[in-house]
Design a protein around this ligand. Structure first.
Ligand SMILES: Cc1ncc(COP(=O)(O)O)c(C=O)c1O
Length: 389
């Protein structure tokens, strides 16, 4: 189906942060499969572990204990300070489970028609419930009616949320991305996140933080909300957790962990041996290689260098992000830059029409970051100087 606007490129293999196409052209992969290839491409330890796993057991049903699933759950619990995990296979599934948890949490309190606070410019996926939670009318168009039960507020404005608390007795949860990804790389203020945590406590709401894109070490902490020193009640994960092998997870704290009982939710593939082995190895290798620190250091250097190189360039509206999640906002749509960057040997994306986004593997070195900047900055400058753009 014609669901994607594809570039005329077919990738055949990769090594580290580089990928090659079928014509053997090399690209620096600053997109990482959209924040997925945590360890880069063909990481030797991940490849060896997955080869071994494929030869042992790819899949079995959740009717049985799955050793790697239990190990991965224990590690996610340790890293998050939360208590329980449900596994699925993608980000939208993790968010769908979070929405179901919030609704059941509300029903248990006697709220018949529970509603969840969501945000302008949010992106939570493309199933009907997660699309309804998403704050982008363009991608909702043609799929109405949307699922009911969402109240929308702007980010970083606590008064808007306080107003909701006063006016809407049916609210059961607040749901945000600690850094909005598809919406244009918009970080939530740390103070704001702390205030939301306090409001959730005061009103007996669940705090649900979508870490699908900004989590798994990308910002230099395991989860981006940890910069605010808070712990959510529900945390959906996916993307980088399996370093390319499809996996999703919902981590829950004590207030949410027992909401689902036997038979309330499930997923055939969720947490299967291959996917959870990939998760276990990804988290292990990240720690062994110090990839959180690398993401913080190389990402911080990259942000600073981009700000220097694009300083005073007319048409650059903002440069923001955290760690290796970086957005360069221009004052005009710039989707065509994706092809131009690829022609120059760099894979990036443009999101929210005018934000150049880089979410590379967390193994990116400073030299490689420099290489990416050297390819990207001249393109942006030329783009902005071309009158027809
Ligand atoms: C924050 C966030 N949540 C959810 C999703 C949906 O994930 P998936 O495409 O795996 O369903 C995405 C995908 O971009 C995302 O960025």
């Amino acid at each position: 189906m014609p669901t994607y606007g594809r570039l005329p490129i077919a990738l055949s293999h990769g090594q580290g942060v580089y990928v090659w196409d079928t014509d053997n052209r090399r690209y620096l992969d600053a997109l990482g499969g959209i924040a997925v290839n945590t360890l880069g491409h063909a990481h030797p330890e991940l490849v060896a572990a997955l080869r071994e796993q494929v030869g042992q057991l790819i899949h079995c049903s959740n009717y049985y204990h799955i050793t790697h699933q239990e190990a991965l759950a224990a590690e996610l619990v340790r890293l998050s300070g939360m208590t329980n995990v449900f596994f699925c296979s993608s980000g939208l599934e993790a968010n769908e489970a979070a929405i179901k948890i919030a609704r059941k949490f509300g029903h248990a309190k006697g709220i018949e028609r529970p509603s969840i606070v969501v945000y302008e410019h949010a992106f939570h996926g493309r199933s009907l419930a997660t699309l309804s939670a998403t704050g982008n009318t363009k991608i909702q168009q043609g799929f109405g009616p949307m699922v009911e039960g969402f109240v929308r507020v702007p980010i970083n404005r606590i008064e808007a949320l306080r107003e909701v608390a006063q006016q809407q007795p049916n609210v059961v949860a607040v749901f945000f991305e600690a850094i909005q990804g598809e919406g244009g790389v918009h970080p939530l203020d740390e103070d704001y996140m702390r205030e939301v945590r306090a409001l959730c406590d005061a009103n007996d709401w669940l705090l649900m933080i979508d870490e699908v894109q900004c989590g798994i070490g990308r910002t230099g902490k395991w989860f981006a909300h940890q910069w605010a020193d808070i712990v959510p009640d529900v945390m959906p994960l996916a993307k980088g957790l399996g370093s390319g092998v499809p996996i999703g997870a919902v981590v829950a704290g004590p207030r949410a962990a027992k909401v689902f009982g036997p038979g309330d939710h499930g997923s055939t593939f969720g947490g299967n041996p291959l996917a959870t082995r990939a998760g276990v190895e990804t988290l292990r290798i990240m720690q062994a290689q110090g990839l959180l620190q690398n993401a913080a250091e190389v990402g911080g250097w990259m942000l600073q260098t981009l700000r220097q190189q694009l300083h005073g360039v007319a048409g650059v509206a903002d440069i923001r992000g955290k760690g290796l999640m970086i957005g360069i906002e221009l004052d005009r749509p710039c989707g065509a830059l994706v092809q131009q960057a690829a022609d120059a040997g760099l894979l990036i994306s443009v999101t929210a029409e005018r934000v150049v986004r880089m979410v590379p593997p967390l193994i990116l070195t400073q030299t490689q970051a420099q290489e990416a900047i050297d390819m990207l900055c001249p393109l942006i400058k030329t783009w902005l100087q071309t009158p027809s753009n």
